[in-house]
Design a protein around this ligand. Structure first.
Ligand code: GCU
Length: 424
């Protein structure tokens, strides 16, 4: 039989390009085109009915919601063997930054005595202190040497499979210094603790074959299951392991650690804070879709767009909601509610429409009933999305900063004020 090559190749090509060009939705930036939707009520449980007491929240509804986020959005959170978590101090200098701080470089092991996987922490502790200090803990993107202008800080060791080209030493030194108001943080009496997120798990869609995922193999042998722990779960899990180690450091008050993250790391900070109630405060900076922004608004980045752009961040089940946000029985305000009654800060930026600033505000706003039930003042007397540069709320704090997708000194001024009031 003679086979006509064109009749085979052409339809295949057509299908392939059809998929690429026809189906992917364009982001919507028009408020009047936001679909009509009903947000699920965090205090209504399909199984337990209306939640009326803090006991029912903590014993019934909270576990139910947490399980849903694991199943449908981020994937499961692995267990932990405390004996396998350990750390080693690599360097310690008591007169860093002209004597203002003690600087430490500490290596945390996740599978001790194996030396991999690991993360190197850069820690600055204010020297002006009376006892253990509260701390901000946050991942950085491009290595510890990228967050400060301090030639003595070790460059990040090369990372196989990294999104940023092995996190090249030197090239990124001090590149993101503007995102960490180090002097301000230390002057306010807080330690700063940071490590590179890609050391925990490289940020690529390579089939969960490297980084922290190698550790999870035994507990989760089948990577194809719909709720296999995706990267955000892995990064969040590791933040809790860092906290395990901070509990053993006498200079740090581990009961007052605020986890902070920007963008995908803001999504990670929220998920870490939802799972681990030891985090005393959570700051989500411009976290957007899959972070603070409500999925059902489908404004800017949508569930479909994020699942296409970074399929490895969220579990397979989340893909069911591509273009079908209406099928979600949960939304991101319930992620914020999982943090209640602890303080949470959600920050947006005016030029960061991709992250849906209004949707970020609304998730905080709609978490308020849970704070109220727990006897906490969440969003305060705020009734609507505030104008730029007007922070609102109490334990659910929010601001829309003028400017682009970034972390700035303005943001840090607010975060420190918030931490002074509610955590310190
Ligand atoms: C992309 C992605 C966002 C994410 C951001 C980041 O823009 O679409 O969801 O927050 O990267 O992490 O920098």
């Amino acid at each position: 039989m003679k086979i006509n090559v064109i009749s085979i190749v052409f339809p295949i090509l057509f299908l392939a390009t059809g998929n690429l060009f026809a189906e992917k939705t364009k982001p919507n930036y028009d408020e009047s085109k936001v679909p009509k939707f009903v947000l699920p009520d965090p205090l209504q449980s399909p199984k337990f009915g209306t939640i009326k007491t803090p006991e029912d929240w903590f014993n019934k509804r909270r576990p139910e919601l947490l399980a849903l986020f694991k199943k449908e959005v981020y994937g499961q959170m692995p267990g932990v063997d405390p004996l396998k978590i350990n750390f080693e101090t690599l360097t310690s200098v008591s007169d860093a930054l002209s004597g203002k701080a003690t600087r430490k470089e500490v290596r945390v092991y996740f599978d001790y005595p194996n030396k991999e996987p690991k993360i190197d922490l850069l820690i600055y502790i204010p020297n002006k202190r009376k006892g253990p200090v509260p701390a901000f803990l946050g991942y950085n993107y491009k290595g510890n040497h990228s967050i400060v202008d301090d030639p003595d800080v070790a460059a990040c060791p090369p990372i196989e499979g990294s999104r940023y080209g092995k996190v090249v030493p030197e090239e990124h030194r001090a590149e993101n210094k503007h995102r960490w108001s180090l002097d301000r943080i230390l002057d306010a009496g807080y330690a700063l603790i940071s490590g590179c997120y890609e050391q925990v798990d490289p940020d690529r869609n390579e089939g969960y074959n490297n980084g922290i995922h190698l550790l999870f193999k035994k507990e989760f042998p089948d990577k194809e299951v719909g709720d296999f722990p995706a990267n955000i779960s892995g990064w969040a899990w590791a933040l809790s392991r860092v906290l395990d180690c901070l509990e053993k450091m006498p200079e740090i008050n581990a009961k007052k650690v605020i986890v902070i993250g920007h963008s995908r790391l803001g999504k990670t900070a929220l998920w870490a804070g939802a799972n681990d109630t030891r985090f005393a405060g959570i700051i989500s900076n411009n976290s957007g879709c899959g972070g603070a922004a409500l999925s059902k608004r489908a404004f800017g980045e949508t569930v479909e767009l994020i699942n296409l752009g970074a399929p490895h961040w969220f579990c397979k089940n989340f893909k069911k909601y591509n273009k079908k946000e209406e099928d979600l029985t949960i939304d991101q305000h319930e992620l914020i509610a999982l943090i209640a009654p602890r303080p949470v800060y959600i920050a947006s930026a005016t030029l960061d429409e991709w992250a849906d600033p209004k949707g970020e505000f609304l998730s905080g706003f709609h978490a308020d009933p849970v704070y109220k039930l727990l006897g906490a003042d969440g969003i305060g007397d705020c009734k609507e999305w505030p104008p730029a540069d007007h922070p609102v709320g109490k334990k659910i704090r929010y601001h829309l900063r003028t400017g682009k997708h970034d972390v700035t000194d303005y943001d840090w001024v607010q975060y420190i004020k918030f931490a002074d009031e509610l955590v310190k």
